[in-house]
Design a protein around this ligand. Sequence first.
Ligand SMILES: [Zn+2]
Length: 439
Amino acid sequence: MENNRRKFLKSLAGLSGLAASAVPNLATARATSGATVRDIRLSKNSGYLRLVFDLDGIAEHSIFTLHGPERVVLDLKKVKMPHGMVDQVQANALIRSIRSGVRNDNDLRVVFDLSKSVTPRSFLLAPSGKSGHRLVIDLHDNKRPSARTIKLNKRDVVIAIDAGHGGRDPGAIGRSGTYEKTVTLQIAKRLEKHINKQKGMKAILVRKNDRFMRLRERIHKARDNHADLMISLHADSFPDPRARGSSIYALSVNGASSETARLLAEKENAVDLLFGDVNLAVDDQMVKEVLFDLSLTGTIESSLDIGSEILGQIKSVSRVHKKKVQQAGFAVLKAPNIPSVLLETAFISNPREEKNLRSATYQIKLAKAITRGVGKYFARKAPPGTWLASSDGEYSVDSGDNLKTIADNYQVNEKDLRARNALYADNLMAGQVLKIPVS
Ligand SMILES: [Zn+2]
């Protein structure tokens, strides 16, 4: 028994807050003018409370919520309810009291005063067997964040953006003289900006300006910032100027650990062996080194997963050179650390793509696509303790729902709801399960 359960207000006197209304009176009810509530039944179910209004006819109804304090308001057109009917509903932890009153002479309003926020669902059932007309109201738990959830400061997912090359290492050079190091830094900065606009994500730039950085230094920078993901940005080059499109690299687990050890020992030579079966831009020593090193530290499955999400988004802004995330066959010995992907944004050796790479429009499109891909991955698989990994329950989308009404029902920010679920378009599908963001 819970001592703190409140008793219902049993009288109709408590109608304050409603439009002035007369007390319903059975004596004046005209059977022909509508329906009458014959009974109210209540049942508790997992995640929701069900109220069934037994009616002796069809009734038009509408239902909505009010906040501060939490209320659900049910309006029934041309419906009468005997005095004291609401008293039949047993006290429970959710419903503090029920009030009812007459509106517009013939209509009935029932107000449920609640102890917490709910999402109401309602539907009518036609007579069947012994049952007559029924109006079913389900009050679904909104699983409001507990005090504890609010207190815990959920951290952002950290994304290290590594602009390839820099300083005395220009990287590949386009036919019009564009340096790879320049465009990778420009794209990196745009990507940083877009990622930082996303709730739950924080970007850091490995290289902020035109300076030379060794691979070691880059990885240390990512680690020092506790990066959850490292994205290395490059631009491909190939002798044939027709080569074009974006590609993404991750590493695969493949091979024996003893061989790994051997390859580690012969790192410089090993690089070529390792990627012998992959069509890498062979001139980019840094790409080889990044891939080689990340292969030892990255979580391969995560890297592949992130890579596919990014690739999926990039398809909408750029031609994709290789339809799948490229994997270098390689055996991983060390414990996984930072999942990493290497993005060859486009071919700087292709005059058209070189022009693209220099264009602000293209750079922004690309940055947005990468952000969406990263967001989609982390909405599913953010590390524990991050805002993106947290939720205050799930909501299964009904047809007719939209983001605003769902956000309102749960009293969360629509932007947060979008970010938590990586929703970049407005369309929702019935049955789609949304995570409810924490505060
Ligand atoms: Zn490069």
